[in-house]
Design a protein around this ligand. Structure first.
Ligand code: NI
Length: 226
């Protein structure tokens, strides 16, 4: 499932994060990829242990925790502290797949990357190019969202970032290990949950809504790995 979640961050949060990032020290983005990624990746990132990055990452995680859509779609077990990247002057990231297992920084825990997220921190008018292109079984999707909006996609998909030919593209990105490993099962649960929410808003907690809610939780109980 490819899902656009609008306004994960408010305009004020985006402005304040951008101000902090403008003054940060960026390094070569190849520090956080394996050998295949390193051949096609050309951008800049905040270092994984950068104090500014960790602090801004906490703001992003707090915003995700307030997003029912993110929870419903990702069913997060754990999320890696968000990283920040920047593309300008033709920088790009060629077609690649994200590494399947990552170490949680500062912990002995590993994380299986089930869901990848990109949170846009620039508006589309601020730069040319820089589309996130995700290839899945339904075809190729180009994504370029307003600042504060997030795109979530399965980590199993091939994807790339097109060259940024004008201006600068700044984003946060991160991975989530889901309670439900399989993208198709997550999609079924998401659609069921969204329809239950709409039904509840329309007719309240009727017996049928309670029945469907029970069905949702029993499916999640079947499929969740904790
Ligand atoms: Ni990637």
């Amino acid at each position: 499932m490819l899902l656009h979640i609008p306004e994960v961050l408010s305009r004020e949060q985006v402005i304040s994060i951008r101000q902090r990032l403008d003054q940060a020290d960026w390094t070569d983005g190849r520090a956080t990829v394996g050998p295949q990624g390193a051949q096609v990746k050309q951008n800049r990132q905040l270092p994984e242990h950068s104090p500014v990055g960790l602090e801004l990452g906490k703001i992003v995680l707090a915003a995700l925790a307030r997003s029912p859509q993110f929870f419903s779609a990702a069913l997060p077990l754990r999320t890696i502290p968000p990283l920040f990247n920047s593309y300008a002057g033709g920088e790009h990231y060629g077609l690649h797949v994200d590494g399947s297992v990552r170490q949680m920084p500062g912990s002995t825990l590993s994380l299986r990357t089930d869901v990848s997220s990109t949170l846009f921190l620039c508006d589309p008018e601020e730069y040319e190019g820089g589309e996130l292109v995700v290839v899945d079984t339904y075809g190729t999707h180009e994504v370029k969202l307003p600042a504060g909006d997030l795109i979530l996609y399965p980590s199993t998909s091939l994807h790339k970032v097109e060259p940024v030919t004008r201006g600068t593209r700044v984003c946060a990105f991160f991975w989530t290990q889901s309670m439900v490993r399989d993208d198709w099962q997550r999609t079924l649960l998401f659609e069921l949950d969204q329809n239950i929410q709409k039904l509840r808003a329309r007719i309240g907690d009727a017996q049928e809504v309670v029945g469907l809610t029970s069905h949702y939780h029993n499916l999640l109980r079947q499929w969740a790995e904790l």
